[in-house]
Design a protein around this ligand. Structure first.
Ligand code: ATP
Ligand code: MG
Length: 576
C-alpha cells in the first residue's frame, strides 16, 4: 500500500480528552476518530489492526470447534423479560421502539439471543456439546465512557456460549476456551494474567478475567501472589485467615465524648487509639433490607463480598436519612451496641478484637472497651474485607501484591442460570428433559487493541507486535527526488509485496525525512526499511526494528531475504 493512496491523518497533538496513551496514539496515528462520546470510527490503519485481532480470535475459536454465527444487534424486549434483565440492565441498555411501538434493545450481550436459538433447535444430548461464537457490535450506555476504545458505548466483542449436557462437559468446554484465550492474547503480543473473578450471588460457579497489568489504564483491581501465582479480582480475592488471637480480659465499656470526630482516622487520633482497635460500622440496604456490616478500622469493606455472603442481588449504602431513621444517629457515630431489628454481619477479623471502639449510636459519642458477645452479638461472620497489599496469600502465605489491570476477556461457568429462566431444555440419555448447562466467554476486540498499545509504546509512538500491526514492513525512501533511492525503494516494495508481506511505502514527496521518520515511529510498523544515505554511500539499506530500536545495514540485494527472516522470527516469538 502506498501512503499517498491510503488515508493516514496523523496528528501532532492528541485532543485534550484523550487521557491514556492508547487513546492518544490511536488518534495521533490516524487510526480512529471520535463521532460521539464512546462512539468511534475506524480509519484504514486502525481497521487493519482491528481485523487482525479478529482474525487471531477467529482462528483460535475455530480450532476449539466453536461455530461462528452472527446475531443481530437489535433484539426484542420479550426475551430480556424472561430473564429479568430488561430491568436489571437499567440505564446501561440502549432501548428503542419500532414504528408500531414494539420495544427492542441494542444488545449489550447475547445470552438471551443464544438461549432462544438453542431452545428451539437443540433437542437431544446427541447434538451436544455445542459452542456458538460471534464477533459482533455491542451497545452499552456506559455511565462513564472513557479511555477511547477501552470503555466505549459501541464496541466489538467476541462472545461465545457453550451448551453441554453435564457439568463435566461444561468443565471441558470451559477449559478449551480458557486455553484458547491464553493463545489468543499471546499471539496478540499481550501479557495477560487469568485471575479468579467474582461469580456473583449464584455461588459455587467459576469465572476468570484475563487482565493486562496497567497502572494508568487499568480499571480492574486485582491481587497477585508472586510466589505461587494466585491471582484474583479484588472482589473475589481472599487472604489467609488470621491466627486466633490470645483473648484479652474484658474491660468495662465506657461512653466517651468525641465531638467532631466522625471518620475512623479522626476518632483514632482524638482517642489516641490505633485504627486496628476501632470497628467500622456501615449500614447497607441489601435487596431492600438493612444490614449493619462491621470491619476492622484499618480495613475496607468489600460490598460485593458482603452482597454475596447474604446471597443478595442489589446492594446500596444506606443514605444519611436512612441511617438516621434506622440507627438514630449520624453516619459517623454508628455502632453495633444496642442495635435492634437490623441484621449484623461482621468480618472474621472482628473475632480477634477485644476492648475495641465503636460508635455509640448517639451523635458525638463513641464507646470504648466494647466486646463481642458481651455488648452485642453478630448474626453472621464472613470474609467481607478488601484484601490489601502485604496480606498473606490464602494458598501459600507469601505477601500479596495489588495491581490495576485492564480486563480484556472474561470466561464464566454459567450452569443453568439462563436455561432455567428461559426454559431451555434438551432430552438427555436417560429420556429426561434437562436444562442446558452453559458457559459464556467474552473478549473485547477494541479493548484488546487498545491494551496492546498500552503494553507496546514509547515516547515516539506505537510499537505494534507483528501479528496485529497494520502492515508488517514500512519502506521509507528519504529523498523522493533521487532516482536511485526511488528505484531501489520501489523494487524492495514490489519484491516484498509479491512474496506475501504486507508493506506500506511512504511515497510522499512533499514532506521532509524528519516527518517520515516521526510518522513511521508514530504508526509503529514493526520493521522499517530506510532507503537513503547508506544506499548512496555503500549500497546498503538501514533496517530498523521499531520495538528494540536496533538498526542494521544490509546489502540492498539481501534485504528481502533478511526482512523475511526478521518477520518470521517475530511471528515465532508470539507463537511459542
Ligand atoms: P467491565 O467490568 O470492564 O465493564 P464487563 O465485565 O462488563 O467489563 P463483559 O460483560 O464480561 O464485560 O464483556 C466481555 C468483554 O467485553 C470484557 O472483558 C471487555 O474486554 C469488553 N468490554 C466490556 N465493556 C466494554 C466497553 N464498554 N467498551 C469496550 N469493551 C468492553
Ligand atoms: Mg461493564
Amino acid at each position: 500500500m502506498r501512503l499517498t493512496e491510503t488515508f493516514v491523518p496523523t496528528l501532532r497533538e492528541a485532543p485534550q480528552d484523550a487521557e491514556i496513551i492508547s487513546h492518544k496514539l490511536l488518534l495521533k496515528a490516524g487510526m480512529i476518530r471520535k463521532v460521539a462520546s464512546g462512539i468511534y470510527s475506524f480509519l484504514p490503519l486502525g481497521l487493519r489492526s482491528l481485523e487482525k485481532v479478529k482474525k487471531i480470535i477467529r482462528g483460535e475459536m475455530d480450532k476449539t470447534g466453536a461455530l461462528e454465527v452472527l446475531f443481530p444487534a437489535i433484539l426484542p424486549k420479550e426475551i430480556w423479560e424472561e430473564t429479568g434483565r430488561w430491568d436489571i440492565y437499567g440505564n446501561e441498555m440502549f432501548k428503542l421502539k419500532d414504528r408500531k411501538g414494539r420495544e427492542f434493545c441494542l444488545g449489550p450481550t447475547h445470552e438471551e439471543a443464544v438461549v432462544d436459538l438453542a431452545r428451539g433447535e437443540l433437542r437431544s444430548y446427541k447434538e451436544l456439546p455445542k459452542t456458538f461464537y460471534q464477533i459482533q457490535t455491542k451497545y452499552r450506555d456506559e455511565l462513564r465512557p472513557r479511555f477511547g476504545l477501552m470503555r466505549a458505548r459501541e464496541f466489538i466483542m467476541k462472545d461465545a456460549y457453550s451448551f453441554d449436557a453435564s457439568m463435566r462437559g461444561l468443565d471441558k468446554s470451559y477449559e478449551k476456551m480458557f486455553n484458547a484465550y491464553k493463545r489468543i492474547f499471546k499471539r496478540c503480543g499481550l501479557t495477560t494474567i487469568p485471575i479468579e473473578a467474582d461469580s456473583g450471588a449464584i455461588g459455587g460457579k467459576v469465572s476468570h478475567e484475563f487482565v493486562v497489568i496497567s497502572e494508568k489504564a487499568g480499571e480492574s483491581e486485582f491481587v497477585y501472589c508472586p510466589k505461587c501465582g494466585y491471582a484474583a479480582n479484588i472482589e473475589a480475592a481472599k487472604s489467609a485467615k488470621e491466627k486466633e488471637a490470645e483473648k484479652e480480659e474484658f474491660k468495662p465499656i465506657n461512653k466517651v465524648s468525641t465531638p467532631d470526630a466522625k471518620t475512623i482516622s479522626e476518632v483514632s487520633e482524638l482517642l489516641n487509639i490505633p485504627k486496628e482497635k476501632l470497628v467500622k460500622s456501615l449500614l447497607y440496604k441489601i435487596d431492600g433490607e438493612f444490614v449493619l456490616a462491621l470491619v476492622r478500622g484499618d480495613d475496607e469493606l468489600n460490598e460485593v463480598k458482603l452482597k454475596n455472603l447474604l446471597n443478595g442481588k442489589f446492594i446500596f449504602p444506606a443514605t444519611t436519612e436512612e441511617v438516621r431513621s434506622v440507627i438514630g444517629a449520624s453516619v459517623g457515630s454508628v455502632g453495633p451496641v444496642g442495635v435492634k431489628k437490623v441484621k449484623i454481619v461482621a468480618d472474621y477479623r472482628i473475632k480477634n478484637m477485644f476492648n475495641f471502639v465503636t460508635g455509640a449510636n448517639e451523635d458525638g459519642y463513641h464507646f470504648v472497651n466494647v466486646n463481642l458477645n458481651r455488648d452485642f452479638s453478630v448474626d453472621a461472620f464472613g470474609d467481607i474485607r478488601t484484601v490489601k497489599a502485604g496480606d498473606s496469600c490464602p494458598k501459600c502465605g507469601a505477601k500479596l501484591e495489588v495491581y490495576e489491570g485492564i480486563e480484556v476477556g472474561q470466561t464464566f461457568k454459567l450452569g443453568t442460570k439462563y436455561s432455567e429462566k428461559m426454559n431451555a431444555k434438551f432430552l438427555d440419555k436417560d429420556g429426561k428433559e434437562k436444562y442446558f448447562i452453559m458457559g459464556c466467554y467474552g473478549i473485547g476486540v477494541g479493548r484488546t487493541l487498545a491494551a496492546i498499545i498500552e503494553e507496546h509504546n514509547d515516547n515516539y509512538g506505537i510499537k505494534w507486535p507483528i501479528s496485529v500491526a497494520p502492515f508488517e514492513v514500512e519502506v521509507v525512501p528519504l529523498n523522493m527526488s533521487d532516482k536511485t533511492i526511488v528505484d531501489v525503494s520501489e523494487k524492495i516494495y514490489n519484491d516484498l509485496t509479491s512474496s506475501g508481506i504486507e508493506v506500506l511505502i511512504d511515497d510522499r514527496n512533499d514532506v521532509s525525512a524528519g516527518v517520515k521518520f516521526n510518522d513511521a515511529d508514530l504508526i509503529g510498523i514493526p520493521v522499517q526499511i530506510i532507503v537513503g544515505r547508506a544506499l548512496k554511500k555503500e549500497g546498503k539499506l538501514e533496517i530498523k526494528d521499531r520495538d528494540s530500536g536496533e538498526k542494521v545495514l544490509i546489502e540492498a540485494e539481501s534485504t528481502v531475504k533478511y526482512v523475511r527472516g526478521v518477520i518470521e522470527a517475530k511471528y515465532n516469538a508470539l507463537d511459542e
